[in-house]
Design a protein. Structure first.
Length: 257
């Protein structure tokens, strides 16, 4: 059997960064999150429920998103029954024990650090939130002072944004639609222009599964566990599908959405 895993603490070192009551978002030293629900192996679909607004913020499965006002939110777990989807969201932009959690459905509401959001779409690979306050929408869309990533927490304005120029720059850093991106295993880190870094956390060719982790601005922004060929993943607003798994690499192909 060909299988390896990289411990969560090692991933943090390797990467450049990655309706209910609530308390303030996360802070302090990044902490490895517990294993997320193994969606890819058991998910009954549908892949997505709800419609994603163009200016919605994308919280990726297993990862966190830093919100205006200093809070944050994570997509901790996914659930599907063949007809609809639910998601478990966790407060904070990175995992800490004792954080508040919500189970949400499309159309639901969450309030994080006093800021309200509507859950517009839930997918196996992301949750799309829409701020209710115009000020929060404007803050997320604000242009950064620089488009140059410095590869640390200062990249937050490039990593946690709905600004179209930043998203366009991130998309331009990936292969074109229909083309492949190969992520080499054994701890190799691949870096992109707007501060994102990707690494393969494990490969299991016998089971036909892999893990892909993403970091940005010192935050784990995605942790896709047990993905299989054909499964969608998203990075920096760009959707891919897992196309091949080998003993040495995971290949993902850029989708048209």
């Amino acid at each position: 059997m060909s299988r390896y895993r990289i411990a969560g603490s090692a991933l943090t070192l390797l990467a450049l960064a990655g309706c209910g009551s609530s308390s303030s978002g996360g802070g302090g030293t990044p902490t490895t999150a517990p294993a997320t629900t193994q969606v890819a192996a058991e998910d009954k679909g549908p892949v997505c429920v709800g419609e994603a607004p163009q200016d919605g913020l994308h919280v990726l499965r297993g990862g966190g998103f830093r919100l205006p006002g200093g809070g944050g939110v994570q997509y901790a777990e996914a659930e599907a029954d063949g007809t609809t989807r639910k998601a478990t969201l966790r407060e904070g932009d990175r995992y800490k024990s004792g954080q508040h959690q919500w189970t949400v459905e499309p159309g639901g509401q969450v309030t994080v650090s006093g800021h309200a959001y509507t859950v517009r779409q839930i997918c196996s690979y992301r949750v799309v939130l829409e701020p209710k306050a115009a000020a929060d929408k404007a803050a997320l869309a604000t242009a950064p002072k620089s488009m140059e990533a410095v590869e640390d927490s200062a990249d937050a304005s490039l990593c946690f944004t709905t600004n179209p120029d930043v998203l366009a720059a991130a998309a331009a850093g990936f292969p074109a639609e229909g083309e492949e991106l190969s992520l080499v295993g054994n701890g190799g880190v691949q870096r992109f222009p707007t501060g994102l870094s990707l690494t393969v956390s494990y490969l299991d060719t016998d089971a036909g599964t892999a893990g892909i982790a993403a970091n940005c601005a010192a935050i784990p922004v995605a942790a896709y566990e047990d993905v299989r060929v054909g499964d969608p993943v998203e990075f920096a607003g760009v959707v891919f599908k897992v196309s091949t798994l080998t003993e040495t690499a995971v290949t993902i192909t850029r989708s048209n959405s």
